[in-house]
Structures are given as structure tokens and as C-alpha cells.
Design a protein around this ligand. Structure first.
Ligand code: 13P
Ligand code: SF4
Length: 308
């Protein structure tokens, strides 16, 4: 029996569900019950009746699933699947920052730790950040953390001043504007689409900006066009499956970037073998201390409610 077959059998035996992000490797995406963006994945985690959630993604995503489904076992194939953006917002410093701005509503992008979520009023993802910010009355000031690039983009869209935390994603900040423009010169008929975690100069070149799911939906709706795609390269697998005849090119990254492509090293520590092992052994499990879990639940639930 091959690994894929063993995972499928074990999944049924244990009443488990495999949730995967678009940045996971193709073989993991292909075995998953659901592949989606951060919002879709948290919605699935909230509604599943499985006993075990295998989270093929990064730590903050698995934590969000555990907060929403505390009675279920949540396993992550590799505990080293972290996130540079989540790491850029340490709870102690962020707590002090909030204290310095007491009258602000705190909106945090889902790419942060459970502790940061527990300090927030509302959580958001890249697909609902605009809606969430607009849900706050205009006269109330907002702290937006941890992603400054998404924050700047939403500030521009809404015309509101947001107090931004200085965090960012190493993968989306690796795109090279010079190389992108060079590539575009060679392919002027291609449309550039980008994830809002990218820097402003990259976003300024884009015809469409959205979350990973939104980028896939946009390409599906415009499948007669050709695209340069500025987000983690793992998205190309599902995107190409959806539009097999559409030409897609990943956006280029800086020369000094070690992996020479826009790959998230954190996402890619998960492998099919580790996924099988974590389902078999039910470890490593994600646990969120009760006090943090209970505080973090409300801002996530507010987000889910506002996203309906
Ligand atoms: P979305 O899939 O929600 O767009 O998020 C992208 C991301 O960076 C996840 O880590
Ligand atoms: Fe974090 Fe960026 Fe990787 Fe997403 S792509 S998990 S934001 S480091």
C-alpha cells in the first residue's frame, strides 16, 4: 500500500479530516479533504464533526482550529511550521503597545499567535480585512497588526488611518519589483495578481489583489487571460488544476533570496510522511491553554459572524 492509500484508510478509521492550505506541497493538497485560504480553513475547522483535525498548514492556523474546536484533537505534521509574520508580533511588546493606545479597537490579522488573538477585539484574514475594518465606526481609532503591508493596503482602500504594527511576511517581501517589471516588459499581455501581504510597490502593479482563494477565483473568472502570480508558489498547483489552459508565471524574487522562488519554508516543512505519522501517532498535538483559548475565541467568532 502506498502512503496516500495508508493515509486515506487511517483517516476513515479515525474519523479524521485533513485541512490544507494552498501553500502546501502538491501531494499534500491532493490528499486533503479541503484546501483553502485562512478564512475557509477556519470555517471548516469550526463546522467539522471529525474527531481529529490534521492541519496541513502552519502553527497559527492549527491553533485557530483548536480554539474553534477545543474538544477535537488537532495535529500539525511538523511543529516547526511557524510563520515569520506571527513571530514579528511578540505578546509582551504588543501588550505594551495596546496599553499605550487604550482607546483603540484592536484588529489582528489571523497570522498571529493565540496570545495575540486573546488581546484582540476582532480577528481578520486577507479576504475579509476590508469588511472587518469597515465594521468599526469611523470615529473609533484602530490598531491593525501584525502585517503592515496588508494594513497599508486596507488603509488606502478605506481612507482610514490605521495604527500599524511593524510586522511582515518574509515570503511576500521577497518579490523584486525590478525583476517583476522586467518580466512584465517581456510579457505585456499578462495580468499581475498579488496577495496583499506584498509590499506597496508590488501591489501598485497588480490588476487584482486578494487572498489566495480570491486569487484563484479571479483567475477562474478570467481564464482567457494570462497571469503573473505574486504569492507563495504553492498556489500554482491548485490554480493550474482549475485553469489547465491558462498560462501562469510565478512572480520573481530578489537574487539574494536563497531559494530563488517564493516558497514559504515554514509551510514546506510538512511532508506526506510527517502527515501520515502525525495521524497515526496523534502527535504533535496543538494545545492552547484554557484562559488564552477562551479569550481568543470571541474575536475569531466575531470575524466568522461578520464574514457570513
Ligand atoms: P490566505 O490564504 O488567507 O490568503 O493567507 C495567506 C498566508 O500567508 C497564509 O499564511
Ligand atoms: Fe507566514 Fe508568510 Fe509563510 Fe504565510 S507565507 S505562513 S505569512 S511566512
Amino acid at each position: 500500500m502506498d502512503l496516500q492509500e495508508k493515509i486515506k484508510r487511517l483517516k476513515i478509521e479515525k474519523n479524521a479530516i485533513i485541512l490544507a492550505h494552498y501553500y502546501q506541497s502538491p501531494e499534500i493538497q491532493d490528499i486533503a479533504d479541503y484546501v483553502g485560504d485562512s478564512l475557509g480553513l477556519s470555517q471548516k475547522a469550526a463546522e467539522t464533526d471529525a474527531d481529529i483535525i490534521v492541519f496541513a498548514g502552519v502553527h497559527f492556523m492549527a491553533e485557530t482550529a483548536k480554539i474553534l474546536s477545543p474538544d477535537k484533537i488537532v495535529v500539525l505534521p511538523d511543529l516547526n511550521a511557524g510563520c515569520s509574520l506571527a513571530d514579528s508580533c511578540p505578546p509582551k511588546t504588543f501588550g505594551e503597545f495596546i496599553k499605550q493606545h487604550p482607546n483603540h479597537v484592536v484588529i489582528t490579522y489571523v497570522n498571529c499567535s493565540a496570545e495575540i488573538k486573546a488581546m484582540s477585539d476582532i480577528v481578520c484574514t486577507s479576504s475579509n480585512a476590508l469588511k472587518i475594518v469597515e465594521s468599526v465606526p469611523k470615529d473609533i481609532p484602530i490598531i491593525f497588526a501584525p502585517d503592515k503591508n496588508l494594513g497599508k493596503y486596507i488603509s488606502k482602500q478605506t481612507g482610514r488611518d490605521l495604527l500599524l504594527w511593524d510586522g511582515s511576511c518574509i515570503v511576500h517581501e521577497a518579490f523584486s519589483i525590478d525583476k517583476l517589471l522586467e518580466l512584465y516588459k517581456k510579457h505585456p499581455s499578462y495580468k499581475i495578481i498579488a496577495h496583499p501581504e506584498s509590499e506597496e510597490h508590488i501591489l501598485n502593479t497588480a490588476t487584482f489583489i486578494g487572498s489566495t482563494s480570491e486569487m484563484i477565483n479571479y483567475v477562474k473568472a478570467h481564464s482567457q487571460e494570462k497571469f503573473i502570480v505574486a504569492t507563495e508558489a504553492g498556489i500554482l498547483h491548485k490554480m493550474q488544476q482549475e485553469v489547465p489552459n491558462t498560462e501562469l508565471i510565478p512572480a520573481p524574487v530578489h537574487e539574494d533570496n536563497t531559494c530563488a522562488c517564493s516558497e514559504c519554508g515554514f509551510m514546506k516543512v510538512n511532508t506526506l510522511q510527517k502527515l501520515y505519522d502525525c495521524l497515526l501517532n496523534e502527535t504533535p498535538q496543538i494545545d492552547v491553554p484554557k484562559a488564552i483559548r477562551e479569550k481568543a475565541l470571541l474575536p475569531i467568532e466575531r470575524m466568522l459572524e461578520l464574514s457570513k
